[in-house]
Design a protein around this ligand. Structure first.
Ligand SMILES: Nc1ncnc2c1ncn2[C@@H]1O[C@H](COP(=O)(O)OP(=O)(O)O)[C@@H](O)[C@H]1O
Ligand SMILES: [Mg+2]
Length: 289
């Protein structure tokens, strides 16, 4: 359904994607895991042509999309819905206007048909009769759901979700997980979900992929993926920091003259007046977080 082959992308001196090979199968939810800054969002943007590779190919259902111009990409973007990392609602428009936006731009539905479609979309995400609210009147989780209703308004075959549960509490995250599962299973959508939320990954994934250092480091069914002996996978699942990162952080701390001189142990927080806010390596979560 979606195929990436040898995709390379760099920004100036920074190589982000370094030969990504990936197949996404129709009707499945593929979860893409990986440390932050590893190129997950950049990879998603290649699938909708928001970015073009320096080398390699991206195709959707057998059609190359990496070499299309903006006009040709309009068709691709109707087939692929994108829930951006930051909800990206239009603040000055009502909820209803936000959801109607792609319908106005890309369909010939009249106002009544549009209103009916907007109502149905908002019901699907559990927000019936909120058309007249402004985004600022809604919680973060509700705004995500409005953005989701907008993203699926044109009934895309493929949905890309960039960190849909980041910043949401577990209950609100579960509402989003439930919506993703329903959209995939009931509407037969193909989904790619970028996340570093393992709880969410376990619930929704038909397949798990780990992106690391610009390449696909692991790619398997969830059971096999979670049992994998791949060190990177295990480290990610257990949320351990990369030893190279820890070493860098420790060396950074050693250079800071602290009040306790040589006696400071790893993880002790040095004088915040000198450092600003620094969290200890132990509290800093997985990898580069
Ligand atoms: N348009 C851009 N221009 C320059 N650098 C970028 C751009 N987009 C992303 N990057 C850099 O590419 C790297 C990967 O970014 P991203 O894909 O957003 O990571 P993540 O895996 O957290 O989603 C980061 O170092 C980011 O700063
Ligand atoms: Mg990202």
């Amino acid at each position: 359904m979606i195929r990436l082959r040898g995709v390379h992308k760099r920004f100036g001196p920074l190589t982000v994607l370094n030969g990504v090979d990936l197949d996404i199968y129709a009707g499945q939810t593929t979860v893409v895991l990986g440390p932050s800054g590893t190129g997950k969002s950049v990879m998603l943007k290649h699938i909708v042509g928001l970015l073009q590779p320096d080398a390699g190919t991206v195709s959707l259902g057998g059609q190359r999309v990496d070499n299309l111009n903006e006009r040709e990409l309009v068709g691709v973007r109707k087939r692929v819905g994108f829930l951006f990392q930051l909800g990206a609602l239009f603040d000055s428009m009502s909820v209803g206007q936000n959801v109607a936006f792609p319908l106005v731009a890309h369909t010939s539905l009249n106002a009544a048909a549009r209103a009916a479609r907007v109502e149905r979309l908002l019901s699907m995400v559990g927000l019936a009769r909120t058309q007249d609210k402004m985004p600022s009147e809604m919680s973060g989780g509700q705004q995500k759901r409005v953005a989701l209703a907008r993203a699926i308004a044109l009934e895309p075959e493929i949905m890309l979700y960039d960190e849909p549960t980041t910043g949401l509490d577990p209950i609100r995250s579960d509402v989003i997980n439930e919506l993703i599962i329903n959209l995939t299973r009931r509407l037969g959508m193909t989904s790619i979900v970028v996340t570093h939320d393992m709880n969410s990954a376990r619930k929704i994934a038909d397949r798990m992929v780990l992106l690391y250092d610009g390449r696909v480091a692991a790619d398997d069914a969830p059971d096999a993926f979670l049992r994998s002996e791949n060190e990177l996978v295990q480290r990610f699942i257990r949320g351990q920091a990369d030893h190279r990162d820890l070493d860098l952080i420790r060396r950074g701390f050693e250079r800071v003259p602290g009040p306790a001189g040589q006696n400071r142990r790893r993880g002790d927080v040095a004088d915040p007046g000198r450092l600003g806010t620094v969290s200890s390596p132990e509290s800093s979560g997985a990898f580069h977080e």
